[in-house]
Design a protein around this ligand. Structure first.
Ligand SMILES: Nc1ncnc2c1ncn2[C@@H]1O[C@H](COP(=O)(O)OP(=O)(O)OP(=O)(O)O)[C@@H](O)[C@H]1O
Ligand SMILES: [Mg+2]
Length: 445
């Protein structure tokens, strides 16, 4: 717990409480009016709010209602004189954590903050357990509940220990770069550097010198010695992105490095020995390039000891909403907004779209929506037109499925994307009992 906000018009109380909370290591802001208090609340999203019931401008209960309605996770403690105990009870019913009768002692405050800390830590434990129950895995910013993805993460964790070449394939924006970073972080090399070389970003000779380095005068423009990324990565992991773009000369040189673990700088004859783990990524079908003689087979085998394929987002629809909400929270925080949900119609639009740019595209859409949003929910209006107008490709009569099959698929999807039968029923617009029967009928339970 880090931040506290005190809203009270009594200067003495503000000062006493502030000193007390700051002594406990909390960054503490104060406000003398309700209006100012709400403004600060939305800006800093504090962990604790100490709120006086009697304020010069707004009624404390009104402020409490706004704080609870904002959906921001916080613990509100009402500060009250004995005369307003009834109001305090009302406040607790509305969602306040506790009340503090005036006059109070510093010991009472310390005890209260300790209790809140304990509750918050239990809450976060519950969140983690809930995630587990729903099959959600979080690794830093990487989040998924798709079974395939979970298996990929499991394999990635297992191979992290070794030095085996890992080739991560998948469409653009599926998270290949993040996975490479995770493998490094899980590996015994995690104290060493993680360096990326984008093979598509550099021209042939520049890529060669970027990788292997050069000595002064090695080619026109080589005005001083340069250390290559391979040498800089010694003891760590080198991530070769878009490896299919490597030309054949560099492929040969790189294969030599993989076989002998040593290389020479451009223009030099001195051998440099390094200990580097290689992870590569491609959004092209590398095997096909091998068949077409555009990529060396021997190099392919070396790089592809373990292949990890990142499925596109459209093949893991249960991740769309999960990831969207994750970034909605993040951007909402970053932009000082209090958006805490997505309307059903917006959810429907997000889920019907095919996401050719995968997670990167989804993140952009959510960021744009957060910036445009004027409410505490992300609505359809804040989604770009191409997503709203997206229609799934029309199928011919022969390819069409029966109504029952479509219903089953749709229900299965709704159950996957939601946390409970009640929520799924709400999304589907039917009552939970009907959904329960249909779930049985289609054997989805
Ligand atoms: N499962 C996930 N949960 C949350 N964020 C993710 C997830 N997967 C990817 N991202 C985010 O999506 C963005 C794209 O990921 P990344 O750059 O790793 O994709 P990529 O496959 O390497 O794409 P490209 O081929 O275009 O380089 C990044 O901002 C990354 O943090
Ligand atoms: Mg990438």
């Amino acid at each position: 717990m880090k931040r506290a906000l005190i809203i009270d018009d009594d200067k003495n109380i503000l000062t006493t409480l502030q000193i007390c909370l700051e002594d406990m290591g909390m960054e503490t802001l104060t406000a003398g009016t309700g209006g100012k208090g709400l403004e600060i609340f939305n800006r800093i999203k504090p962990d604790i709010v100490l709120l006086d019931i009697k304020l010069p401008d707004l009624d404390g209960l009104k402020i409490l209602e706004k704080i609870i309605g904002s959906g921001i996770k916080t613990c509100v403690v009402i500060i009250t004189a004995h005369a307003t105990i009834d109001t305090a009870v009302k406040a607790i019913k509305m969602g306040a954590f506790d009340y503090l009768p005036k006059p109070f002692t510093p010991a009472q405050i310390t005890h209260l903050v300790k209790m809140i800390t304990r509750v918050r830590s239990l809450e976060s434990e519950v969140e983690t357990l809930k995630d587990k129950l729903k099959g959600i895995v979080r690794e830093g910013d990487f989040i998924t509940r798709n079974r395939n993805m979970r298996n990929i993460l499991k394999t990635a964790r297992q191979v992290a220990d070794s030095n085996a070449g890992v080739l991560i394939s998948g469409e653009s924006g599926t998270g290949k770069g993040v996975l490479a970073g995770l493998i490094h972080a899980w590996s015994p090399r995690n104290e060493g550097p993680f360096i990326t070389v984008d093979c598509a970003a550099l021209q042939e000779n520049l890529l060669e010198s970027d990788l292997f380095g050069h000595i002064k005068g090695a080619f026109t423009g080589a005005i001083r010695d340069k250390t290559g990324k391979l040498e800089l990565t010694d003891g760590g992991t080198l991530f070769l992105d878009e490896v299919s773009e490597m030309c054949s000369a560099i492929q040969a040189k790189f294969l030599h490095f993989l076989q002998h673990r040593e290389f020479e700088k451009l223009g030099d004859t001195k051998k440099i020995l390094v200990d580097v783990r290689i992870i590569t990524a491609t959004n092209k079908d590398l095997e096909e390039l091998v068949r077409d003689n555009l990529f060396r087979q021997d190099l392919f085998f070396r790089l592809n000891v373990i292949e990890l394929y990142m499925p596109p987002l459209r093949e893991r629809p249960e991740d769309i909403l999960l990831i969207a909400k994750h970034y909605l929270n993040k951007f909402s925080r970053d932009n000082d907004k209090a958006i805490n949900g997505i309307t059903d119609k917006a959810i429907q639009a997000l889920q019907s779209y095919s996401w050719p740019g995968n997670i990167r595209e989804l993140i952009n859409v959510i960021e744009r929506g957060t910036i445009l949003s004027q409410h505490n929910m992300l609505t359809r209006e804040e989604l770009p037109p191409h997503i709203l107008n997206y229609k799934l490709g029309k199928s011919s009569a022969g390819e069409m499925q029966t109504l029952a099959k479509a219903e089953k698929t749709h229900i299965k999807e709704a159950l996957l994307q939601t946390a409970s039968i009640e929520e799924a029923a709400r999304v589907l617009g039917i009552d939970p009992a009907t959904l329960w029967r249909k779930r049985k009928k289609y054997q989805l339970d």
